[in-house]
Write a protein that binds this ligand. Structure first.
Ligand SMILES: [Zn+2]
Length: 178
């Protein structure tokens, strides 16, 4: 992190916000005060010109900073996502949001992630990171899922796997009972 903006002056306990794609598309960055961070994968998902220019304005005003999470945190976020059974629900951009939040938290910031995505909220909660939905109330507790084949019972542990490799049926996200 910090490749683009050099050494950050860290005030311990300072609140920073990490925004996901849906938050940017809702224009939250223009209404919020405080330090805001996004990853380049999230920026890459904002493709329509109106939202793109709103985002570029916020970046040029210094309201929003684009930073990359360290690979160590990306791997950690992926590992926990897999353990939660959220591995087919989360995009690389979602993982980068969680990874950046983890890294900022390790650096002493109080991190709040703004997202309405339930799978991302679930991952963040499991990582001990505070998150807030701006349209929804958000989830109340961590939920474990399994990606299971309704046809043959195969359970997926592979990143991004959506179709059963044994019988070709679409895998189903089910609440883990154990
Ligand atoms: Zn199957």
């Amino acid at each position: 992190m910090g490749r683009a903006n050099g050494k950050a002056n860290i005030v311990s306990g300072e609140i920073v916000y990490v925004l996901d794609t849906s938050t940017l598309l809702a224009g939250i960055q223009l209404m919020l005060e405080g330090r805001m961070y996004v990853t380049s994968r999230v920026v890459g998902e904002v493709i329509d010109s109106e939202n793109r220019s709103k985002l570029e304005l916020a970046i040029s005003l210094g309201k929003v900073k684009v930073v990359e999470p360290n690979d160590h945190y990306v791997r950690l976020a992926r590992r926990i996502a897999l353990r939660l059974g959220e591995h087919t629900s989360l995009s690389d951009a979602d993982i980068s949001v969680a990874a950046l939040a983890l890294e900022l938290k390790d650096r002493g910031y109080k991190v709040i992630v703004l997202t309405d995505d339930y799978a991302l909220q679930n991952l963040l909660k499991s990582l001990g990171i505070e998150c807030k939905g701006y349209r929804t109330r958000g989830i109340s507790r961590v939920q474990k899922y399994i990606m299971k084949c309704p046809g043959c019972g195969y359970v997926s542990k592979k990143w991004g796997e959506k179709i059963c490799p044994r019988c070709g049926t679409q895998l189903k996200k089910t609440i883990a009972t154990t």
